[in-house]
Design a protein around this ligand. Structure first.
Ligand SMILES: NC(=O)c1ccc[n+]([C@@H]2O[C@H](COP(=O)([O-])OP(=O)(O)OC[C@H]3O[C@@H](n4cnc5c(N)ncnc54)[C@H](OP(=O)(O)O)[C@@H]3O)[C@@H](O)[C@H]2O)c1
Length: 335
């Protein structure tokens, strides 16, 4: 009889997330009822937003103390009580941080296949689709324009810049560290990269460096970070620019903050801000995956992945990602 290891959120953090907020336990082997699936977790996606889920409800319910830590990923159907799935099918689903789970068949989406399998989580999964729809549908970039991207070496950012280049734009990335910046320009098609960590708290100098890298101003800002980086980016925008509000990494790992005000530069520069959740665009998912596949197979788009082995390493994988330890899409291979 297999065991079901689970990582539990033991206490809800009020400041930085640490390994002490989690504990590992052994849960019962779940059993599916009619319309449900017994699933074996294969790969868990590590998402910075998982830290935000601990702060309260977002686009999903909050994760509470005592819950199996939430997480999305790729699972294999072990037993199906639904005619729509068969044992062996691979599905996208909320696996949670555990070896096995039972989910309603209606919550699972067939994942198809890819070589390597990890691409189903990175380029053909949420990261790739967020970059694709966020940039193309919300940012509406035109050839010759400049696209500025924060957290540019992360899962989403590493793809946004490359799509911008494929569309004939100039791509400027902001990332933490000289090594990440070198990868952006040497491997991931970015025209220029700015290491924000080199400027410490000196946001004025950072703003000048980003503005210089953007040349005549950024027409699109793909915002993964929020916080003070948002202010820096506003300083670098061209008039009539578009801001794609994708996420706010700066506010996930720490105490909850107050309400953000819209900076005056949004008004002065007549900017348009567009927020989105990737699932809003899932009607176009198959076509998007087909186009991404074409770019990957032709070598126009490179996929960076950061794969860690072992369920027991999930807490450190998330904590490390929040500290900037990843390049490209981080995930944990469970089985
Ligand atoms: N709207 C949607 O539907 C949707 C879907 C998926 C993801 N998202 C959002 O998209 C954003 C990017 O996600 P992702 O999966 O690409 O992230 P990721 O790969 O998990 O990126 C993590 C990176 O963010 C940077 N970072 C962390 N804290 C930061 C801070 N305080 N300030 C600046 N940079 C920080 C770090 O890189 P550095 O070393 O460069 O600091 C870290 O390596 C997130 O905000 C996420 O929530 C949105």
């Amino acid at each position: 009889m297999p065991t079901n290891r689970q990582i539990i959120l033991d206490t809800v953090p009020t400041d930085k997330l640490t390994p002490g907020h989690f504990r590992q336990s052994e849960g019962p082997m779940p059993s599916p009822a009619d319309g449900e699936l017994l699933l074996k977790t294969r790969i868990v996606s590590i998402d910075a937003a998982a830290r935000a889920w601990m702060q309260g409800p977002t686009y999903r319910p909050a994760v509470l103390a005592g819950d199996v830590m939430a997480g999305y990923g790729l699972a294999e159907v072990v037993e199906s009580r639904s005619p729509a799935f068969r044992p062996g099918d691979l599905v996208f689903v909320e696996t949670g941080w555990q070896d096995y789970s039972v989910q309603p068949a209606s919550a699972a989406t067939k994942a198809g296949s890819a070589e390597p399998l990890s691409h189903l989580i990175s380029i053909y999964g949420v990261a790739g689709l967020t970059a694709y729809f966020g940039l193309l549908e919300c940012g509406q970039p035109k050839a010759g324009e400049t696209v500025l991207v924060s957290a540019a070496a992360g899962a989403v950012g590493s793809i946004v810049g490359q799509i911008a280049k494929i569309k004939g734009c100039r791509a400027v990335g902001i990332a933490g560290g000289a090594d990440k910046c070198a990868i952006l320009t040497d491997e991931l098609s970015y025209d220029a990269a700015v290491d924000y960590k080199a400027f410490g708290e000196d946001l004025r100098s950072l703003g000048r460096a980003v503005a210089e890298a953007c040349g005549g101003g950024a027409n699109v800002y793909f915002d993964n970070v929020g916080g003070s980086m948002f202010d820096v980016a506003m300083f670098c925008m061209a008039n009539q620019g578009r801001v794609v509000c994708c996420g706010s990494l700066a506010s996930y790992d720490g105490p909850r903050r107050g309400v953000m005000t819209v900076p005056g530069l949004v008004v002065v520069k007549r900017l348009t801000l567009k927020g989105f959740i990737v699932t809003d665009y899932y009607g176009g998912r198959d076509a998007a995956v087909a186009e991404l596949k074409g770019w990957v197979e032709s070598g126009q788009l490179k996929v960076r992945e950061d794969v860690i082995d072992g369920l027991e390493n999930l807490p450190d994988a998330l904590i490390g990602l929040l500290a900037g330890g990843n390049i490209g899409k981080r995930m944990v291979k469970v089985a």
